[in-house]
Write a protein that binds this ligand. Structure first.
Ligand SMILES: [Zn+2]
Length: 142
């Protein structure tokens, strides 16, 4: 068990639908500073969080593709009343950003004053290694 549950819980997006061995590329990508999605080899749809199977054409043959890092904020929320595991954090902003590929990503938005955040804001999707070594990704100032 972690002695620092607050930091550990900062990872808000979990790749949970894929057996652990098949997510390796995702975590390796974050280490290299890239955020990977999966792309169906048959119908070419892109999935984020990565999916093992394509719900569209039911194929199980997926490629890993690095996402473009340019995103535009579609929705956001400023979280003041934090969940128990986030009590030690300052209030934070969580946003949904749309990438060029048309994929939507849910992540923390950092590096902006709340007054600057608006729908349509251009941000960058960035892989990040936290102080405890945990890998995550967030939206930052481009
Ligand atoms: Zn497909």
């Amino acid at each position: 068990m972690s002695s620092m549950p607050t930091i550990r819980s900062r990872k808000i997006a979990v790749v949970q639908d894929i057996p652990i061995g098949r997510t390796l590329k995702f975590w390796e990508g974050l280490k290299e500073g890239k955020v990977y999605a999966t792309k169906c080899k048959r119908c070419e749809r892109i999935y984020f969080p990565p999916a093992a199977d394509c719900p569209e054409c039911l194929a199980s043959d997926m490629d890993w593709v690095p996402l473009n890092d340019e995103a535009e904020i579609e929705a956001f929320t400023y979280v003041v009343i934090r969940p128990t595991s986030f009590q030690q954090c300052k209030p934070y902003t969580v946003a949904i950003g749309r990438l060029k590929e048309g994929v939507r990503v849910l992540a923390w938005l950092t590096g902006f004053k709340l007054s600057e955040v608006k729908v349509g804001l251009k941000v960058k999707l960035a892989a990040k290694t936290l102080e405890d070594g945990q890998l995550t990704y967030e939206f930052i100032r481009p």
